[in-house]
Design a protein around this ligand. Structure first.
Ligand SMILES: C[S@@+](CC[C@H](N)C(=O)[O-])C[C@H]1O[C@@H](n2cnc3c(N)ncnc32)[C@H](O)[C@@H]1O
Length: 207
């Protein structure tokens, strides 16, 4: 991934989240919202890579106990300010998921939205997401697929950062796939996620 902004992710996300506009909008992710009926009301939800907090804040408003983790100090600061302004009690942590002290068996759900990890980290971090769930906990994931390279609606331009249903099936093989499919959707999430998009949708339940 030489000569590429993705080689220094913290710098890239800080630059993106330092802009006045919310680049992915203020609303929660549509897939997360559509799948939220599967979550235990009032349960503990982990949101890894929550950026400036749009999904975590929505979940907290919906009554969930939310923990978010992101490596962008600017995104985290923005999320904290939004949570404070909304009067929401949330745990908003600044950390790299590769070195974070992952809890074990504590969460009812994980909401992983457009968190594209490099292949040397991805399986290990996906494994930690499953390990962080309680038995019967649910993991919801949306990510761009390689077909997204034909679109200009956002996402990484490096093939190795894009996910397929097969990759997720392998990474989450220890869980039951309640839904797993590659689909074309119309994204409408702020200026950097807008238009026709190729994504993989997954919902997994830990046995
Ligand atoms: C495309 S943004 C998506 C943000 C958010 N999930 C959303 O949908 O609005 C990807 C996010 O993942 C975070 N991220 C990427 N790699 C990370 C890592 N190793 N540890 C923590 N956060 C990471 C970035 O800082 C960024 O906020």
């Amino acid at each position: 991934m030489a000569n590429d902004k993705w080689a220094n992710p913290q710098k890239m996300w800080d630059e993106r989240f330092g802009r006045a506009e919310p680049v992915y909008g203020e609303q929660p992710n549509a897939y997360l919202r559509a799948q939220a009926h599967r979550l235990t009301p009032g349960g503990r939800v982990l949101v890894p890579g929550d950026g400036y907090g749009r999904n975590g804040i929505w979940l907290a408003r919906e009554g969930f106990q939310v923990t978010t983790v992101d490596l962008s100090p600017i995104g985290v600061e923005r999320a904290r300010k939004s949570a404070q302004a909304a009067g929401l009690a949330m745990s908003i942590e600044e950390a790299d998921l590769a070195t974070w002290n992952w809890p074990l068996g504590e969460f009812d759900a994980v909401a992983c939205i457009f968190l594209h990890l490099p292949p040397d980290l991805r399986p290990q971090i996906h494994g930690k997401m499953l390990a962080a769930l309680k038995p019967s906990g649910v993991l919801i994931i949306e990510a761009f697929t390689p077909a997204q390279l034909q679109h200009s609606s956002g996402g990484p331009k490096q093939l190795e950062l894009l996910y397929t249903a097969e990759i997720l099936r392998e990474d989450f093989a220890a869980a039951d796939a309640l839904e797993l499919l590659e689909v074309d959707i119309d994204l409408d999430e702020g200026r950097m996620h807008r238009g026709r998009a190729a994504v993989v949708h997954g919902v997994f339940r830990k046995p």
